[in-house]
Design a protein around this ligand. Sequence first.
Ligand code: HH2
Length: 264
Amino acid sequence: MGVLNVTPDSFSDGGRYVDPRRAADHALEREAAGAAIIDIGGESTRPRGAREVPAEIEIERIMPVLKRLEGRLRVPISIDTRKAAVARVALDVGAAIVNDVSALNADPAMAPLVAARKCAVVLMHMRGGPADHMKFAHYRDVVGEVEAFLSSRARDAIRAGVVPSRIILDPGLGFAKQARHSLALLGALPRLRALGYPILVGASRKGFIRATAGTDAAAIESATTAVSAIAIAAGVAIVRVHDVASAVAAVKMAAAIKSSNGGV
Ligand code: HH2
């Protein structure tokens, strides 16, 4: 999944793709580099005080890009939003996946929308909102608590009419999590897999990578690629990244090693 943030303030690529033509070209480049999904977002969720964006502004940011991509992008588009009004217009112009970092909690209209459209949905673990989630980064058993949250959100989604086979779960690395929490979740991916849904991880360029591998750009990129390989080897279905070409190489290697089955 290639990330395309159409925001002035995203923590890793903020402001670069606000021009719709540039953003659309970038989506096409990411597809050409091997992305299987393009994730488009019009609201930053960065840890330190991301500002709430009204639905109209999110729509104003994403629609020109989605319109430019209509009929040009072959891979599915995922829309990164917590707002049903934004998801609705994106689905109307061909988005296939709703990526909701609130796991359908932020907007009561989101679950009925996803159910009615029978689209795929990413349910991500977070506590609090994008502006204050780091206040809630305290756990006794981070893996158990995230596991319980995700399975309960999946149950609630199904109760609301969401098609079970269209649910994707995400531990929400960096969201209401200290570095050690994100690392623990990456170490427990087989447990999350055992919940029975495809798993998505978004590790790309996040704070726990910087805290672990170093803060220069090359270290951040190589460490992101390493995490993609580890995640795929652990059975994750989707890695959400900025540098698609590196992730594709990592995914190819991890998948080839897995399917070799140790020579058996
Ligand atoms: N991370 C970010 C945004 N959306 N969605 C899912 N499902 N999982 C994630 O881990 C995830 C996400 C934050 O990263 P980024 O898009 O680079 O920054 P920003 O939110 O500032 O645009």
